[in-house]
Design a protein around this ligand. Sequence first.
Ligand SMILES: [Zn+2]
Length: 84
Amino acid sequence: MSPIRGVCSRCGRPIKWIRTKNKKQMPVDFEPVPYWANKNGKGVIITVNGGTMRCDLQGQPNRETGFGYMTHFATCPGVKQQAI
Ligand SMILES: [Zn+2]
């Protein structure tokens, strides 16, 4: 279950592959980020055990719900250029 390290073929950044609860391999940013759970939040985080959660990506310091991963599709400059 531990994430697989890799490099994005589009932008060359380090990524991890996380197996989601849908049994898909999801590319995520290498560094975990703090998130604040919020079912009306604008962000989506991939939790370390492969769940997805709607959240805020900014909030009160030291009050975060936990740390998770941003899907690399959201942050990859290569994806934006190719307009997938
Ligand atoms: Zn990329």
